[in-house]
Design a protein around this ligand. Structure first.
Ligand code: ADP
Ligand code: GLC
Length: 469
């Protein structure tokens, strides 16, 4: 089958979180399975853009309301990523350094989607599947079915994958002028709660909707930032498919970011070497269990609990563990973590920012990875941690519930807790400190985790069945 993935992120081209990892890997493994998978995304000014060679695939014109714009679609020349990669260049709108966070993100992503459907319309053939990811591409199914200019595309089956339903792309009806000439009787297919809601529109218009874990799909009918009734109504077309991980990128035996490689057999020695490096870099004691957090410092990740939980654990247990945080996000949380650097120096350190290489070293060198998430549709961090023999400490929610078992269970390898609260986190850190002293138990857990297969091959098969249906 020919599958076109439309996305705002794709690793290593541009990544802000797990969406990038997923769209950087799924098409590659679909191609390996014999499909023709392609990715189209905005052309941001990222290192990958300048480090690669491109050919012009298409030049077109379109309108966003009254604004007439030219766009160019470029294609990566050498199939570096294992699939055809196309970027949409809209001068002044998409060619910026960051992926998100601009005042005109609505205009940027709507124009991107218009350019993509205009490009697809120009083809002589039709792809089998158009696979859209998250709200930035959520208007595409509507455009293909209900906009007069794209009627040729109406027969193509669309799949929408929800990586995160918290962000929905709401826009007021005054912006309906951005939508290319459409059948006004179909207003209901754009609307939710008196505004245009691209995520809701995609759930209504796509042929099938997938989410990135089973538990998250169930949670959406009770917690989905206002869309609960919609998910209840549409549940017949929704399926939970757990993400895979790219074992070629995330492999402690070959990881290009690591100086010390290891396998399940050499896990204790390998982790010790990586931990020593990490601890010397961040002024931490390598004899103590090392607990890390990697991720966006936002409410969904319960990141605002970290300062109190870490300070509280140090007060209650003394210097029983070391803590290292890597992340960026809400300024208040960043500030509170930075304020802790001096008073807790030697026990705690933090890097505010995004650092791909450091994240790999942290998965390899840490003993425990903390994820107190309030919402976690799938979560890749815990899957990477497991592959690197790092024990996940997680709140039981979404994909965390589906992938991490508690060490109290037979062959359990993680630490689970129920509430996103400071006291639950401190209690779980206490359990981590305790199990760290039992080296045999820790080694067994490391071996169990590292043997679990979360490779993409299995997931690709599940998507193929959905496409075929
Ligand atoms: P989400 O997509 O909700 O942020 P995921 O767990 O699915 O969460 O994926 C997060 C991805 O982003 C992982 O690959 C993680 O290692 C990476 N990541 C998050 N924050 C940082 C950071 N500050 N530096 C480096 N990598 C990060
Ligand atoms: C989202 C979710 C995360 C998931 C990722 C990839 O960013 O927050 O839980 O792992 O998408 O699907």
């Amino acid at each position: 089958m020919e599958i076109i993935h439309i996305t705002a992120e794709c690793y290593p081209v541009a990544k802000a979180g797990g969406l990038g990892d997923v769209v950087g890997a799924l098409p590659k493994y679909q191609c390996k399975a014999g499909h023709i998978a392609k990715v189209i995304m905005p052309m941001y000014r990222t290192a990958f853009l300048y480090a690669s060679e491109w050919t012009v695939d298409f030049k077109g014109q379109a309108n966003l309301g009254n604004w007439h714009f030219d766009f160019t679609i470029i294609k990566e020349k050498y199939n570096k990523l294992g699939f055809d990669l196309f970027l949409v260049d809209i001068n002044g709108l998409l060619d910026r350094q960051k992926i998100y966070g601009y005042g005109d993100d609505t205009e940027r992503f709507v124009a991107f989607q218009i350019a993509v459907v205009t490009w697809m319309k120009s083809w002589e053939h039709r792809p089998d599947i158009v696979h859209c990811h998250d709200y930035h591409t959520g208007l595409v199914p509507f455009f293909m079915q209900h906009c007069y200019d794209f009627q040729q595309l109406a027969g193509i089956k669309t799949i929408f994958t929800i990586h995160n339903a918290q962000y929905q792309g709401w826009m007021g009806w005054e912006k309906s002028r951005y939508i290319p000439r459409w059948d006004l009787w179909k207003r209901g297919m754009l609307e939710w709660a008196h505004s245009i809601n691209p995520l809701a529109s995609a759930v209504k218009c796509a042929y099938r909707v997938t989410t990135v874990s089973h538990s998250y799909l169930q949670e959406l009918t009770s917690h989905s930032n206002g869309l609960e009734a919609l998910f209840e109504y549409e549940k017949g077309k929704c399926v939970g498919i757990l993400n895979g991980i790219d074992n070629e990128v995330w492999n402690p035996a070959t990881d290009s970011y690591l100086s010390f490689h290891y396998t399940a057999k050499s896990v204790n020695a390998g982790k010790e070497q990586n931990k020593a490096l990490l601890c010397s870099r961040f002024g931490l004691d390598p004899q103590k269990p090392l607990i890390v957090f990697i991720g966006r410092l936002v409410g969904e990740k319960a990141a605002e609990l970290l300062p109190d939980a870490i300070a509280g654990a140090i007060h209650e247990m003394g210097h029983a563990a070391s803590y290292l945080v890597l992340g960026s996000g809400e300024h208040d949380v960043e500030g509170r973590l930075t304020d802790m650097l001096m008073p807790f120096s030697g026990q705690f350190n933090a890097v505010i920012g995004y650092d791909e290489g450091l994240s790999h070293l942290m998965y390899a060198g840490a003993d425990f990875l903390l994820m107190p998430s309030r919402v976690e549709p799938c979560g890749l961090n815990q899957l990477y941690a497991m592959r690197y023999g790092t024990v996940p400490i997680v709140r039981s929610t979404g994909g965390l519930r589906d992938t991490v078992s508690d060490m109290g269970d037979p062959e359990g390898f993680g630490i689970r807790f129920n509430q996103a609260s400071v006291s639950d986190i401190i209690y779980s850190i206490g359990r981590a400190v305790h199990v760290y002293q039992s080296k045999d138990h820790l080694t067994r857990m490391r071996n169990w985790m590292m043997a679990i297969d979360h490779s993409w091959e299995n997931t690709v098969e599940q998507f193929t069945r959905i496409y075929q249906a």
